[in-house]
Design a protein around this ligand. Structure first.
Ligand code: NAD
Ligand code: UFG
Length: 338
């Protein structure tokens, strides 16, 4: 009995593989290492004393999937593999739709062939577009995405919903992540972005370590308490435990589910800078600049459905998120290549 984790060498995937191994699951990973390093899984093995089986391959390769499903007794699939940069998706829409949408279709057809019918999909709060209200609950309107990355998540959710109607024996859960941050408390695995980070927390930590000079805060004229953007930051280990809870509840409720994974609390950019400065005892050099195109003012989750249906809620505080980010950054100034 094993769990197939696509994209398991990546940021959220590696923390989830660790959590699965820690609770005794057998884990098979397929990852083409397009945005990750095998080193993450070497360290997961060090931390857990257990080895996941890694296939360095593309989820678009149906022959490899067929081999994996025939060689291992897989019961469930967690599908993290995908491209995730909003800006890059605008420049390379076809790559994004192929990886994220076609990749999921190929995976689903091979699951169907192999008789494996439990899937957990990495969705995103981005499917809500410009939030109709906060907190965002799962019955809020989706759509109005402004880039191919977001649209690819929306399209996959729709495909999975349609597929589950045609194949009622399938159990499909779309987990809509809010803003994943933080790292394992050991400082051995964490987020290792390529080039200059687009996301706030990796940017802050690279300013703290001296790799980047100054954080640009994108706007302080939003209708929020301090004028800067507000988001629901969630510790990556809470996110990992959310996947375990989703696996445990796959056979309950509807055959298709979409569930928010967030903390239910919003923090502003300035809150994050202050929390990071406090836990790291560093000073973050920042300046206020124009708003970033496509950004929304505020977004946080109503996390009650996850609590009701999965018995899960995030437990880690913003200070723990910043502390673990800093511990990872300090110990690995150049990520996995240091
Ligand atoms: P990541 O880039 O660190 O991990 C994705 C992994 O998938 C990488 O290891 C990459 O090499 C692999 N991959 C990509 N395309 C592949 C393919 N065709 N075949 C095999 N492997 C492939 O990203 P992450 O932050 O860990 O995100 C995981 C998932 O969660 C993604 O689907 C992402 O869109 C989604 N998500 C992420 C965030 C976030 O802010 N990090 C928010 C919401 C949703
Ligand atoms: N921000 C800055 N300066 C930066 C980077 C970000 O001020 O250098 C601000 C943004 O304007 C925003 C907040 O920090 O107010 C968070 O921005 P991120 O880029 O870290 O995250 P987003 O909320 O924009 O987007 C993230 C993921 C998306 C995902 C979305 C919803 O990057 O992929 O959350 O889940 F779709």
């Amino acid at each position: 009995m094993a769990i197939l984790v696509t994209g398991g060498a990546g940021y959220i995937g590696s923390h989830s593989v660790l959590a699965l191994l820690e609770r005794g699951d057998e884990v098979i990973v397929i990852d083409n290492l397009s945005n990750s390093s095998q080193e993450s899984l070497v360290r997961v093995a060090e931390l857990t004393g257990k080895n996941p089986t890694l296939y360095v391959a593309n989820v678009l390769d149906k022959n490899i999937l067929r081999t994996i499903f025939s060689k291992h007794s897989i019961t469930d699939v967690i599908h993290f593999a995908g491209l995730k940069s909003v800006g890059e998706s605008i420049k390379k829409p076809l790559e994004y739709y192929e990886n994220n949408v076609t990749g999921t279709i190929v995976l689903l057809s091979e699951m169907l062939n192999a008789g494996v019918n439990s899937l957990i999909f990495s969705s995103s709060a981005t499917v809500y577009g410009n939030p109709e209200k906060v907190p965002l609950s799962e019955d809020c309107q989706t759509g109005g995405t402004t880039n191919p990355y977001g649209t690819s998540k929306l399209m996959v959710e729709q495909i999975l919903r349609d597929f589950s109607l045609a194949q009622p024996e399938f159990r499909i859960t779309c987990l809509r992540y809010f803003n994943p941050v933080g790292a394992h408390q050991s400082g051995r695995i964490g987020e290792d972005p390529n080039g200059i980070p687009n996301n706030l927390v990796p940017y802050i930590s690279q300013v703290a370590i001296g790799k980047l000079k100054c954080l640009s805060v994108y706007g302080n004229d939003y209708p929020t308490p301090d004028g800067t953007g507000v988001r629901d930051y969630i510790h990556v280990l809470d996110l990992a435990s959310g996947h375990l809870a989703a696996l445990d509840h796959q056979n309950e409720g509807a055959s298709f589910k979409a569930i928010n994974l967030g903390t239910g609390v919003g923090y502003s950019v300035i809150d994050l800078i202050e929390a990071f400065e406090k836990t790291s005892q560093t000073k973050i050099n920042y300046k206020i600049v124009e708003r970033r195109a496509g950004d929304i003012a505020e977004c946080w989750s109503d996390s009650s459905l996850a609590k009701q249906t999965l018995g899960w809620q995030a437990t880690r505080t913003i200070d723990e998120m910043m502390r673990d980010t800093w511990n990872w950054q300090k110990n690995n100034p150049n990520g996995y290549s240091s």
